[in-house]
Ligand binder design. Structure first.
Ligand code: ARG
Length: 267
């Protein structure tokens, strides 16, 4: 009896030790900066890519918990052409910007519009996608244009180009702008009556309508909305990663892979 229990304690001790060692190993891995220098088993450079996977069909979580979407397919195609491995991390929208800045991720893909303001703090790849802001309203709404939104309650995803546009229309400190953490939450504000309209990228608002044919909402397109170009966002000064991504983007534009994924030409 005694022998048996000693056997078990020894086994347990060994197990705990192994677990501890494995745990430590993982800990060191996680602590490593997402610098482009990580090589994977076949010697390819591995880049960690941050995203906000709440923006179907561009980037979202599928039922198995995988990060998927058009943006994800585009980055995979670009990475293949550029000869690098990519690993996606769901970071969220607002935390994505500091994550790029502090090196937690090597770059971000998240339907990010290249804007002059963002270019002050980040570097961007060449554009790979074109979008514009649209208005989502309940069916029968009297809202027909962006100017009609001047005195309306409007929900947006916080710190997006839709948010900026609403600040331009209503004034920076307007209390009628509801800034939600995600686009689905912004749309929720429209559905529950807190907002008269929701403003966001056509890429994602169109998808909402497609997936929810029974919800009584419709899209208002207004030609005054400027074209927006999506880019991959990199830490300021990291020309190594920008050059690599641009090389990949050039190739997927030339060989038609980008068009295969998005359905249209960029530029
Ligand atoms: N294109 C817009 C912007 O850059 C919205 C992007 C939001 N993307 C997302 N994955 N939530 O501001």
């Amino acid at each position: 009896m005694k022998k048996v229990s000693r056997f078990w304690s020894l086994g347990f001790l060994l197990l705990s030790l192994t677990a501890l060692l494995l745990g430590c190993g993982k800990g060191t891995d996680d602590a490593e900066p997402a610098s482009g220098s990580n090589d994977d088993s076949d010697g390819k450079k591995k880049l960690v890519v941050g995203t906000d996977a709440t923006y179907a069909p561009m980037e979202y979580m599928d039922n198995n918990g995988n990060i998927v979407g058009i943006d994800i397919d585009i980055v995979k195609a670009i990475a293949e052409e550029a000869g690098v491995e990519v690993e996606f991390k769901n970071i969220g929208w607002e935390p994505l910007f500091p994550a790029v800045e502090n090196g937690e991720v090597d770059f971000a893909v998240s339907s990010i519009t290249i804007t002059e303001e963002r270019q002050e703090s980040f570097d961007f790849s060449e554009p790979y996608y074109i979008a514009n802001q649209v208005i989502l309203v309940k069916k029968g709404s009297d809202i027909k244009s962006f100017q009609n939104l001047k005195d309306k309650k409007v929900s947006v995803q916080i710190n997006t180009t839709g948010h900026t546009m609403m600040k331009e229309i209503q004034g920076k400190t307007s209390s009628k702008i509801i800034a939600s953490e995600t686009m689905p939450l912004a749309i929720e504000e429209l559905l529950n009556g807190n907002a008269d309209a929701s403003v966001g990228d056509n890429s994602t608002v169109n998808e909402y309508i497609k997936n929810n044919p029974n919800v009584e909402v419709e899209i208002v397109e207004d030609d005054s909305a400027e074209k927006e170009y999506y880019g991959l966002m990199v830490k300021k000064g990291n020309s190594e990663v920008v050059n690599l991504l641009n090389e990949g983007i050039k190739k997927v534009k030339e060989n038609g892979k980008l068009k295969e994924i998005t359905g249209f030409d960029v530029e």
